[in-house]
Design a protein around this ligand. Structure first.
Ligand SMILES: NC(=O)c1ccc[n+]([C@@H]2O[C@H](COP(=O)([O-])OP(=O)(O)OC[C@H]3O[C@@H](n4cnc5c(N)ncnc54)[C@H](OP(=O)(O)O)[C@@H]3O)[C@@H](O)[C@H]2O)c1
Length: 244
């Protein structure tokens, strides 16, 4: 997979992992479109990357998602890489909070339904390119979940499985499917965690090298160790991750 000359849409592109990916891809000569809910953050992010377009979108709102797809179809017909990065993690307890439907809907729509919808709706643009890719960001929590965020963990397992099945479906087409499986990364999402994190920049540099080498499933840093450990000692892996 070439790493320059693409038009790339990055969801959640104004912060954290999405912003680090944006900076690295921009430095390598790619044209970017960034999306997220916060227009001011998008504008600030794009200011440091000349030529970058932005489009505010709330991925949990079907009308807003539709507007993003229409915008891309009208204005960025050369789209060749879709990076489904945006995500949200909520901690809630099913026993103590029986009325969690809004939390459940938000997490499942942002983390799972929206990436699938975008992938599906933007497929005609991706199919029109000689070389194209869809990138998902799952999590090491697909390997072993933690008790504090069961819906988040479930959505990441679903994303991981979907990416694999979509890869099978697109075999023989020009569209490749990548899955980034990050360890703990130092972003707003992990602000309450004090140690053991890699920087978003480290993750982005590692991923883009693997992107160029067609490494479709990228277990990065400690995710790689966790995957190996889960095969040798699954019960220990579960115990280690349960209270994470
Ligand atoms: N940090 C980690 O340790 C870690 C580990 C494994 C996987 N991940 C995954 O990595 C991805 C990026 O997370 P991060 O760590 O970089 O955290 P982050 O800085 O909090 O980024 C999350 C991004 O998602 C966007 N987003 C959230 N809800 C949205 C919505 N309803 N509509 C549109 N955009 C929305 C946010 O933008 P707005 O707030 O402006 O909407 C933000 O840019 C996520 O999928 C996360 O699950 C992170």
């Amino acid at each position: 997979m070439k790493t320059s000359g693409h038009t790339i849409l990055i969801t959640g592109g104004a912060t954290g992992i999405g912003l680090a990916l944006a900076r690295q891809f921009h430095a390598q000569g790619n044209q970017l479109v960034l999306t997220g809910r916060d227009a001011a953050k998008l504008t600030a992010a794009a200011a440091s990357m000349p030529g970058t377009a932005t489009f505010p979108c709330n991925l949990s709102d079907p009308a807003s998602l539709d507007a993003l797809c229409d915008y891309m179809t009208t204005n960025h017909t050369g789209l060749s890489v879709l990076i489904n990065n945006a995500g949200i993690q909520l901690s809630y307890n099913f026993k103590d909070e029986p009325d969690s439907l809004q939390h459940i809907l938000t997490e499942t729509s942002v983390n799972f339904t929206a990436p699938l919808t975008l992938t599906n709706r933007l497929m005609p643009l991706l199919s029109g390119q000689p070389e194209a890719a869809v990138v998902f960001v799952s999590s090491a929590l697909y390997i072993a979940p933690k008790r504090s965020a069961p819906v988040y963990c479930a959505t990441k397992s679903a994303v991981h499985t979907f990416a694999k099945a979509l890869r099978y479906q697109l075999e023989g087409s020009g569209i490749r499917v990548f899955d980034i499986i990050p360890p703990l990364v130092d972003t707003a999402m992990t602000a309450e965690r004090s140690s053991g994190k890699i920087s978003p920049e480290q993750l982005a540099v590692t991923f883009i090298k693997g992107f160029g080498d067609n490494r479709y499933e990228q277990h990065i840093g400690k995710s790689r160790l966790l995957k190996i450990l889960s095969r040798i000692m699954p019960a220990l892996t579960d115990r280690m991750m349960k209270n994470g």
